[in-house]
Design a protein. Structure first.
Length: 439
């Protein structure tokens, strides 16, 4: 694709009128053909930065798999593929990741894709089975490369890179650097290092940091008071342990603060629904482990709360990077108990005086779950038409809609949602009965 065509699609489909300084520089360096290591804060648009030169250097009329994009999590795989598809709708792109039926993936590989976006484990599985030929791959991008290593994907990446015998370019991206770069990645001596982590105007400089003192060791009451002082907004609460996610979420919901849970022990379907409920505003508060500290592109997160204090500067960086994305501002709160001390790597934090603004945090929207999706030929347009014709809603009342392979979700007004579900379950979607539930 020509770069001009890609930039035009960025304007029209992503509604981004101008690239930022980092993205412009990456395009300039990457188009020269060098290996690249890009460090830039979370929320600065690294995915788009590498997507533009990647698509511009893609060879046309070649029926081989040319590019592999590796990412540590399913969520990041889907988000990266979404960006690529929106600015290059004619390029065949396939996603491979765990947590769903691999037979669907095998069917998607019957026509060779130009670009594969995958998690290391699932990509290696397809390579081992012989459903994907890696010898034609000329270009690899490893997104969040430090996280891939941290999650234990070194063995998989070694085998994958060894299988890519025709590899010419290696691009690595992250918000934090590695002390030592592993030899198996095979970066050339002419590799270009671009570090934008301390750039003027970065997200770190658009964040206000606050210290919240908890009078007792159990911080739950302090957290609830803090949330009620913040009011209705989009908030991520980070805890250190999976068990703590359930405990904190249950406490908040029992005190009229609508909260959702997100951690690695949840089923993939549950994790996906939790993220979509949060992004759509159906759960204004998301309680999560550090699994959500990177690799998620959720717009307009207003506040980040460290219920359990970050253990390292990198953990703090990735957690805080959930807010103040693109050109937005944000707030970060550190809840410090009586036996705790604020980590020395936290600076420029002021003491926060909590003043209650509301008595509850209850969203005005709800999320409906449909038992059919893409594989059943259900589209966003089908769902909008169904909700208007059968549910009596105006199109303007319908919020975000997400269609997965075998299910879909739609955001609707929370008022009278129970009666809406009853009415919809009596009707047919595209001539078929579909189970619709409140999720």
């Amino acid at each position: 694709m020509r770069k001009e065509e890609i930039i035009n699609n960025v304007r029209e489909r992503l509604h981004i009128s101008q690239l930022n300084t980092m993205q412009e520089r990456v395009c300039e360096v990457a188009m020269a053909g060098s290996d690249l290591v890009l460090l830039s804060p979370t929320g600065t648009g690294k995915t788009l930065a590498v997507a533009i030169p990647l698509l511009a250097t893609l060879r046309e009329n070649v029926e081989d798999t040319q590019v592999i994009v590796l990412a540590p999590t399913r969520e990041l795989v889907l988000q990266t593929a979404d960006v690529l598809r929106r600015i290059a709708p004619k390029v065949r792109i396939v996603t491979l990741y765990g947590g769903h039926d691999s037979h669907d993936e095998q069917r998607s590989l019957t026509v060779t894709p130009s670009i594969v976006v995958a998690t290391p484990g699932r990509l290696l599985d397809h390579h081992t089975r012989g459903t994907l030929n890696l010898t034609t791959v000329r270009h690899i991008i490893i997104d969040e490369f430090d996280k891939c290593l941290e999650l234990g994907f070194e063995r998989e990446m070694k085998r994958l890179l060894k299988a890519m015998r025709g590899l010419k370019r290696r691009w690595l991206t992250s918000a934090t650097s590695l002390t030592v770069m592993p030899d198996f990645i095979g970066l050339s001596e002419t590799v270009k290092h671009l570090d934008f982590t301390r750039q003027e105007g970065s997200p770190l400089q658009r964040v206000s940091q606050w210290i919240v003192s908890a009078p007792v060791k159990d911080k739950l009451s302090t957290l609830a008071q803090l949330l009620l002082s913040i009011g209705m907004s989009r908030v991520m609460v980070f805890v250190g342990y999976r068990d703590s996610v359930a405990r904190v979420t249950d406490y908040l919901n029992s005190h009229d603060i609508t909260a959702g849970s997100y951690h690695g022990a949840l089923q993939q379907h549950e994790r996906e629904m939790a993220l979509w409920r949060f992004a759509a505003g159906a759960t204004p508060v998301l309680v999560t482990t550090d699994l959500a500290a990177r690799g998620l592109d959720i717009e307009a997160v207003d506040h980040v709360i460290h219920y359990h204090l970050p253990t390292t500067a990198d953990v703090m960086t990735h957690r805080n990077g959930r807010t103040a994305r693109v050109d937005n501002t944000g707030n970060v709160y550190y809840i410090v108990g009586p036996d705790e001390y604020l980590p020395e790597f936290v600076d420029h934090a002021l003491h926060y005086n909590s003043v209650t603004q509301c008595n509850s945090i209850v969203p005005h929207v709800a999320m409906l779950h449909f038992s059919s999706g893409k594989r059943e030929k259900v589209s966003r347009g089908d769902i909008v038409g169904f909700l208007v014709a059968q549910g009596g809603l105006n199109a303007s009342e319908i919020g975000r809609i997400y269609v997965a392979d075998h299910y879909a979700m739609a955001t609707v007004p929370a008022s009278n949602v129970a009666s809406l579900v009853t009415v919809l379950n009596r009707a047919k979607l595209k001539g078929h009965k579909v189970k619709i539930t409140l999720c």
